[in-house]
Ligand binder design. Sequence first.
Ligand code: ATP
Ligand code: MG
Length: 418
Amino acid sequence: MNSRILQQLSQDSYTLVRRIGEAADDQGVSVYLVGGVVRDLFLKRDNLDLDFVVEGNAIIFARKAAGILKAPIKVYKDFGTAAVVLNDGRALDFATARAETYAAPGCLPQVRRGSIHEDLFRRDFTVNAMALGINHSRWGQLVDPFDGLKDLRAKTIRVLHQRSFDDDATRILRAIRFEQRFGFRIKPQTLKLLKRRLARRTGDHVSAQRFFNEFRKILMEEKVLPALKRMKQLRAEKLLHPGFVLDLKILKTVQSRFDAVKKKYDLSNDYRWKIFLTAVLEGQADRVIAEFPRSLSLTAHDCKIFAQANSAIDFLSRLCKNSLSPSGVYGVLKPLAPEQCIYLLCRASRAQALRRLDRFLKKDQFVVLAIDGNDVKVLGATGAKIGEVLKETLDRKIDTGLKSKSQEISFVRGLLNV
Ligand code: ATP
Ligand code: MG
């Protein structure tokens, strides 16, 4: 019955998988489609990520596949994996089938080459531990040693063995993410193991970065609020920082606005996790906000956004002052990163603040002067006065519009009485 399942791939993906299957036959290696894409085929959900496991050397095989597809390849020697990058930016991932053993809970595993069954055994949940053969003789045959398909139909998330969360506690966040994304339920026995792991706060070698990587995936989910609610219910946010407290009220407001704001201002997808992380951080104690990003590799730009998460209310109250002119708004908002302005849009409740943010984002933030310091100097200003004059001219341009360079110069003349 399963030989038809691969036909549900998009036309593009189907052709690719066929060609890779043929290459596998040519090379005499067994290759399988694995993980998320297999799960999503059975769920009838689109998934553009094609992950392959090779029983053999994945890097050698990926080089062949890249040659056939005439596409460049990125090799990750240390991991025995390679990605073939297609024209449209999609990557096909190839991994050598491997078996993993954990020397101590939470440590990165020791890895050796293995069979597809062993490779599936190292995975997180039964629904993610299925593979489909793509060699001619096994085309579309399901490898499902842990009854993932049964769990999928029963809408349950289940770990493969008792020690799964001890081996890798990031799976706690993954369980929550998949449960909420698909509207599944974490199975009672799995939930018991998950809670047991959460209750035990010691012996944890998992890096903050690895927890954060999984948390960021939660923040990228469409149904971010239910996932965060579930985290709060289980107190799983403590994995990110022991002092974390999730404020669902702030998150609810941001969630209710974000999609409309994203559409209106045509924002890239990267905004999603940054806006929701800011919302998560806004409710935290100052000490937590200061400590949280320290052990993560974030850019200086992002660190600044998150460090100021608690200032949103201050910025909004400054924006709501009745006497504020457009140049005053510019003064408040210009020092902020674009993500912070977007965050304020998601947080503002007063129409006046929303209007002011909108005007700044659409128009005033782009205003620049036609004159520069030299033009001001020529008219007799020196030292700090030059900067002051330029600032006043810019404010005037924002507030009433100076339409040309000569209007700017006349304005400067007026200021300097020349
Ligand atoms: P998504 O649709 O969100 O990408 P996915 O199932 O593809 O879901 P990924 O995070 O892309 O999830 O991981 C790919 C596969 O790798 C998973 O399906 C799972 O089999 C395996 N995997 C990822 N992280 C872990 C982990 N921490 N422990 C065990 N297996 C994992
Ligand atoms: Mg994936």
